[in-house]
Write a protein that binds this ligand. Structure first.
Ligand code: DAH
Length: 344
């Protein structure tokens, strides 16, 4: 015998849709899916079906069964909802509420907070500055020469050229947080100690370790008798708080136009304690920031009296710190808003 599956499906649909309470729905479930139900009958007929009929009946039975299960489930949900809505008319005000799912702080905000708080404990004040800067603040005042490659339009997002004869008035998206040093020095007289978190922009092709926007934290301390030993002591205290008390430090000579002398700072790898592992690329050291003593040319640019002040400065990439600290291997994850990443 060949079953008319279209008709079976239509009738089951009508009966389930017309069902008005949970008891009747259970009766329908038994009627269709029970041990002696309709679906069982259809499967039983396979034993007497011809070779040609068998696959048709088999497939029809599977589809019919799947659809009946689906409709029963759906209807059950609807009936349950209706009955709870009915009983909800007697409202129990003592029941606990349903807590809405709250998001959580973005991992970058958390790292910025952690780093800034660590510096606050060391006596620093948190400041910020605009993301749109002048060419003067971003480059010239920081002693970056006019022909420096970082000034190229391939390396900096320029916005406007209001005065072609005066490059310093060009506007750009800051490529580093260092220009905020200039703003603060123009505004305040030493002594002061500030940390400056914020976004910076560079027209880099995006890949696992490059992004057109990322975050930096800049530090600046200016007073009358600041020495390189102050810089070493400060950054050592900072790194030990962030990476653990056993952390060892390495200051490698480097060049930055706005500091002299300058150094790059490495910390002993907090995973392998300097033995060499996959996080530190078998080197035992992690490179975490640039630093140095403020170049007198920068003091000159902000018109501080000659020879009066000395200062220390440093700058670090926040994404890099987060990637090192949490073992994240792709910078794009910070920007993609993938909830699975953000929830971790
Ligand atoms: N501005 C530098 C950069 O973007 C980072 C930096 C290095 C900042 C040394 C500093 C510093 O203040 O002293 O690569």
């Amino acid at each position: 015998m060949i079953w008319d599956f279209d008709k079976l499906i239509q009738e089951a649909d009508k009966e389930i849709a017309g069902c008005s309470d949970l008891a009747a729905l259970e009766a329908l479930r038994i009627k269709f899916l029970g041990r002696k139900g309709l679906v069982a009958d259809v499967y039983a007929s396979l034993s007497t079906a011809s070779v040609q009929e068998k696959p048709l009946i088999g497939k029809g039975a599977n589809d019919f069964r799947a659809r009946v299960i689906q409709w029963l489930e759906k209807k059950k949900g609807l009936l349950e909802h209706a009955s709870s809505a009915e009983s909800a008319q007697v409202f129990d005000v003592t029941l606990p509420g349903i807590a809405p799912a709250l998001g959580r702080e973005h991992i970058l905000s958390r790292i910025i907070e952690e780093i800034c708080t660590t510096f606050e404990h060391l006596g620093f004040v948190v400041q910020d500055g605009p993301e749109i800067e002048t060419e003067f603040n971003n480059f010239t005042a920081l002693n970056i020469p006019a022909d420096h490659p970082s000034r190229d339009s391939f390396d900096t997002f320029y916005l406007e050229t209001p005065d072609p004869d005066n490059k310093n008035r060009n506007l750009l998206l800051r490529s580093q947080t260092s220009p905020v040093q200039i703003r603060l020095m123009q505004q305040f007289k030493p002594p002061f100690a500030v940390v400056i978190p914020g976004k910076v922009y560079r027209p880099d092709a995006v890949d696992a370790s490059h992004s057109f926007v990322f975050h930096q934290i800049e530090g600046l301390l200016v007073d009358e008798d600041i020495k390189f030993s102050d810089l070493k002591g400060l950054l050592t205290a900072f790194c030990r708080r962030l990476f653990g008390e056993k952390t060892r430090m390495r200051f490698r000579p480097h060049y930055f136009p706005f500091t002299e002398p300058s150094a790059e700072v490495d910390v002993s790898c907090y995973i392998c304690d300097g033995q060499g592992c996959s996080v530190c690329g078998r080197k035992g050291w992690l490179e975490i920031m640039g630093c140095g003593m403020v170049n007198p040319k920068v003091f000159e640019a902000v018109k501080y009296p000659k020879g009066k002040y000395t200062g220390l400065a440093f700058g670090m990439g926040v994404e890099r710190m987060a990637m090192l600290k949490y073992g994240i291997n792709d910078i794009r994850l910070f920007l993609e808003n993938d909830v699975r990443f953000l929830k971790q």
